[in-house]
Design a protein around this ligand. Sequence first.
Ligand code: CA
Length: 260
Amino acid sequence: MMAETRGSERRVLVIEDESDIRDLLSYNLTSSGYQVQTADTGQHGLDAVQAFTPDVVLLDLMLPDVPGTEICRRIRANTDQTQPAIIMLTARGEEIDRVVGFEVGADDYVVKPFSVRELLLRVNAVLRGRAAATLGAVARRVPVPPSGSTPLTRRKFTVGPLRVDVDGHYVFVKQSEIHVSAIEMRLLIYLIEHRGRVRSREDLLEDVWGYRPGVSTRTVDTHVKRLRDKLGSAGNLIETVRGTGYRLADSYPVLIEGEG
Ligand code: CA
């Protein structure tokens, strides 16, 4: 198994009514070092969330009893328990449901048929996103060109009050850690990479979400709004360009943290 996906006893709950997919996921997650439980209906899944307290829930959208979106909503509504990360498993053509999935609090989604390797990477990514920790001392900072579309190959950087550690999945505004979902992290990085340039909703859908053109752009607005709210005082870095799209303000340079 791939070393980077070993799970060190993290718990994953698979809620999926198709036994083939359930078995495939259970086998591969177990082989990667996760503790795994499975549920074949929504209700069994909700019970298992209580009893098993998973770190991650892999949640099929189309279940025989309760829709996946409703399961997601109920998990998020229960504030007594530690909240698991939720990755939706969706079938092709369920784009509308996927949009709703983010609105009810899913962290990420994968489209069936998915590659097991990709799914394991997503599980890893959401777990990193959940790991609460503090960043170390500020490293040496190296300025990069002020605008353009240079991919951020170095993975820790600051933009004004914002501090982002891509691999560690941390976002700080000044000294406060902000919890962002996997998709919000991708959106933020994409805007930073294209800072100073307007990106249309269609660009964002295609490049951040990977949707084909022609799918509703409402999901972009929903996520930009949520990300802005989470960023608080730094939220105004994301500018709305009326009738066009969104842009990250060019008012601060992007400082990449060096290794020294
Ligand atoms: Ca199903």
